[in-house]
Structures are given as structure tokens and as C-alpha cells.
Design a protein around this ligand. Structure first.
Ligand SMILES: NC(=O)c1ccc[n+]([C@@H]2O[C@H](COP(=O)([O-])OP(=O)(O)OC[C@H]3O[C@@H](n4cnc5c(N)ncnc54)[C@H](O)[C@@H]3O)[C@@H](O)[C@H]2O)c1
Length: 249
């Protein structure tokens, strides 16, 4: 019960890893405030959390919009009275040849993964400074290495990595902790619905796929719960790889 009497805001809580994080933190006593664009998925997560004896509120927002991110945090404060943990899980991935990338794809991926993560941090930090709380951003192995056919996504996750380190430096003299977890492939809708070009040279993709199987969302949620918990008091500005060894080489 590392999160008893604590409030955790979790973006991307409607599905995949975000859902698993909501379930895991709730099982350890946190009140969850889930944020996502997908209202139906949020309802499903809230039902799962409540059926397991936990507490979850939820709010529909497009985090790539600054006003909506700030609105989500304001609503979390109104509803829960405090915020102790922010887990930025929401993200999108598009694969394809660099020459086929449209402005729409660029804006979508950077809007959610980079701007969305940033706006949520910006809105939550004043409250986290008060609660001596912490932020866990979800990066990716793709933010730490070159990945063929996913240049836009990998660039966005590299931005999340350095956003995490830069925020950590700015707040290094405060009790606020800011870290990132960098998973490899996770068995979620994102992994199942990512389509590579027909002429993909799979030898180029292999290094970012690794040698082991995909992680289960619950396994990555356990790492995130550790990083967000008082057990990880020594972590600040850390990028914690949880990628089945992909970035070991
Ligand atoms: N699945 C993988 O293999 C993998 C690997 C490494 C990192 N990640 C990262 O893990 C995180 C979770 O991914 P997942 O695998 O659970 O994918 P997912 O597609 O199952 O979940 C992503 C969630 O983000 C939400 N979302 C998308 N755009 C949003 C927006 N504008 N505002 C609010 N919510 C929005 C979606 O509705 C969805 O619920 C992402 O940041 C992803 O980049 C995933």
C-alpha cells in the first residue's frame, strides 16, 4: 500500500499500459484520476478499478491541447484536493517511410507525445511541489536508439527523455522527483496496430525489437509503480529502461 492517501493522475488510462498503471496504483491504495481522449475506455478502466476495490475518477481530454491538459489538472484538484503522482502514459505511434510522413502525422505524434506530456507536467508541477510528489513520464527504447521506419515517434520519445532530464535539473533543489520509464515492446493495442510498410527491411527493424518477447503491460506498470513510490526516493532525472534488454547492446 505504497500509495495510501495519495492521488495519482494517469494519462492514457483508457487502454494498454495506462490502464495497467491505474489498476496497479489503485491496488496499492492510490485514488486514480484517469485522463484520456477515449471516454468509453476510461469507463471500462474505472469499472475494473472499482470492481477490484479501488477508487478512480476520470476525465476526457485531448492532452495535446494546453487548455485541455490544464483543465484536466484543475478538475483533478477540484475532485481529489491534491495530486501526488503524475504518470504521463498517453502516446501515439505511426510507422512508415520518412518520405511518406505527412504534416498531420508529425503534428499528431509530437502533439500527444511531446506537447501533451509537457502541458501535463506544466499544469501539475505547482501542485506536486506542494505535495512533495513526483512525475513518471513514459519514454521508449525508441527514445534512446535509432529505430528504422519510426523516425517521428523515436524523435518524439527522445524529446521526452530530455524533457525529463531538463525538468529534473530545473527542480533539483525541490522535493519534486521527475523520472521516465523507457519500455521496449509491450503487448498492447499500440504494438498490435502498428503497421510497417510492405517493403520493410526487417533486418533494419530487428535491433529495436530485441531478442525476448514483448513485456506485458502489468510488468511495466510494476516498474512505474516502483519509480513513483517512496522506495525510489533516490531516483531523480533517471531514464529507467524496462525493455527486455533491447538497449543493452
Ligand atoms: N506498446 C508498446 O510497444 C510501447 C513500447 C514503448 C513505449 N510505449 C509507450 O507506452 C505508452 C502507452 O502505450 P500503449 O502501448 O498502452 O498504447 P495504447 O494505444 O494502448 O494506449 C495509448 C492511450 O493514449 C491515449 N491517447 C492517445 N492520444 C491522446 C490524447 N491526445 N489525449 C489523451 N489521451 C490520448 C489513447 O486513447 C490510449 O488510451 C505510450 O506513451 C507509448 O508510446 C509503448
Amino acid at each position: 500500500m505504497r500509495f495510501e492517501n495519495r492521488v495519482a493522475v494517469v494519462t492514457g488510462a483508457a487502454s494498454g499500459l495506462g490502464r495497467a498503471v491505474a489498476q496497479r496504483l489503485a491496488s496499492e491504495g492510490a485514488t486514480i484520476f484517469g485522463v484520456d481522449v477515449n471516454a468509453e475506455g476510461l469507463e471500462e478502466t474505472a469499472t475494473l478499478v472499482r470492481e477490484a476495490g479501488g477508487t478512480m475518477h476520470h476525465y476526457v481530454a485531448n492532452i495535446s491541447d494546453r487548455m485541455e491538459s490544464h483543465g484536466a489538472i484543475a478538475q483533478a484538484m477540484d475532485t481529489c484536493g491534491r495530486i501526488d503522482v503524475l504518470v504521463n502514459v498517453a502516446g501515439v505511434l505511426r510507422a512508415g517511410h520518412v518520405t511518406d510522413v505527412t504534416e498531420e502525422t508529425w503534428n499528431l505524434v509530437f502533439g500527444v507525445n511531446v506537447a501533451g506530456t509537457f502541458w501535463m507536467c506544466q499544469a501539475a508541477i505547482p501542485h506536486l511541489l506542494e505535495s512533495h510528489g513526483n512525475i513518471v513520464n513514459v519514454a521508449s527504447n525508441a527514445g534512446l536508439m535509432g529505430t528504422a521506419y519510426t523516425t517521428v515517434y523515436a524523435s518524439s520519445k527522445a524529446a521526452v527523455v530530455n524533457m525529463t532530464r531538463s525538468l529534473a535539473m530545473e527542480f533539483i533543489r525541490t522535493p519534486l522527483r521527475i523520472n521516465a520509464v523507457a519500455p521496449g515492446g509491450i503487448n498492447t493495442a499500440m504494438a498490435q496496430a502498428t503497421f510497417f510498410p510492405e517493403d520493410t527491411n526487417w533486418k533494419l527493424v530487428a535491433p529495436s525489437m530485441g531478442f525476448r518477447s514483448l513485456s506485458e503491460p502489468e510488468e511495466i506498470a510494476a516498474v512505474i509503480a516502483f519509480v513513483a513510490s517512496p522506495d525510489a526516493k533516490a531516483l531523480h532525472g533517471a531514464i529507467v529502461s524496462a525493455d527486455e534488454g533491447i538497449t543493452a547492446s
